[in-house]
Ligand binder design. Structure first.
Ligand code: NAG
Ligand code: NAG
Ligand code: NAG
Length: 244
């Protein structure tokens, strides 16, 4: 009986880690710790972890089932306030008061790594998005898939070229820790691609989106930046690197 259960457990383990699923490996190549957040899209189950710490040089892998969709981001400077006992992060906080994000997304600005896995060996679609601003450089590298399978990356520290009116300064006001999108900073439909600007033919690059695109040509710089920012690969696993 015990053996049978062990055998069934092994088969189940092979099923979830083997050929019919993908995995994501997260590597922190930054000189500072990051607290990764994972959020599943509508209809996709949560991954085994929705938030975890990675010290510089550390990595963690998570398995994902076929057709999974969701996003990843890095939170910075997370700590528990000794007075209030509340856990929070300076950038990309998911506001749960703990390391797990439990279905909550990143508070912008946040560099987002987005992916929709294919079904039955179909194509995965993935991208790095600065539509909600930027906080940490990131890359997404497919491993062992079929098709175009290019690495997408925003390796530049956009905080260093962030226009003054989009900057988020650190607590003591000395450095830029994140860069807002123009949509978030000004709420203008022209920057948000809403209202009369709500479509690919009416929403065009702006002087602000061009700053992001100039720094990271492979990443989404505004909502309809699909042509140069969406990547595909079939049946791959992925390595997400922060500060590639
Ligand atoms: C980290 O957070 C603390 C408060 O939570 C803040 O005082 C400090 O400036 C932050 N440091 C950075 C680098 O953002
Ligand atoms: C972008 O253009 C607006 C006017 O349309 C101007 O006020 C702003 O200073 C410009 N910003 C940058 C970073 O070029
Ligand atoms: C880690 O960062 C260094 C620069 O700080 C870079 O040279 C190296 O290629 C990065 N490694 C990975 C795996 O991205």
């Amino acid at each position: 009986m015990e053996e049978a259960r062990g055998f069934i457990g092994l088969i189940f383990w092979l099923l979830i880690t083997g050929a019919c699923s993908s995995s994501f490996q997260f590597l922190n190549n930054c000189t500072y710790p990051v607290w990764v957040g994972t959020l599943s899209g509508a209809g996709s189950p949560s991954l085994a972890q929705t938030g975890f710490e990675l010290q510089p040089g550390q990595s963690t892998s998570l398995a994902a089932p076929p057709a999974w969709s969701g996003r990843f981001w890095a939170r910075t400077n997370c700590s528990t306030n000794p007075v209030t006992g509340k856990y929070s992060c300076t950038t990309a906080d998911c506001s749960t008061g703990k390391v797990s994000c439990d279905g909550s997304g990143a508070t912008p600005p946040a560099t987002l790594i987005e992916i929709t896995l294919g079904t039955n060996g179909g194509k995965d679609f993935y991208d790095i998005s600065l539509v909600d601003g930027f906080n940490v450089p990131a890359s997404m590298a497919p491993m062992g898939g079929k098709g175009d399978c290019k690495v997408t990356s925003c390796p530049t520290d956009v905080n260093e070229v962030c226009p003054e009116e989009l900057r988020v300064a650190e607590g003591d006001g000395t450095g830029v820790v994140a860069c807002k999108s123009a949509c978030e900073a000004f709420g203008d439909p022209r920057y948000c691609c809403t209202g009369t600007y709500g479509g690919p033919n009416t929403c065009k690059p702006t002087n602000y989106s061009k700053v992001f695109k100039g720094a990271c040509p492979l990443a989404y710089s505004y909502a309809y930046d699909d042509a140069t920012s969406t990547f595909t690969c079939a049946g791959a696993s992925y390595v997400v690197t922060f500060c590639p």
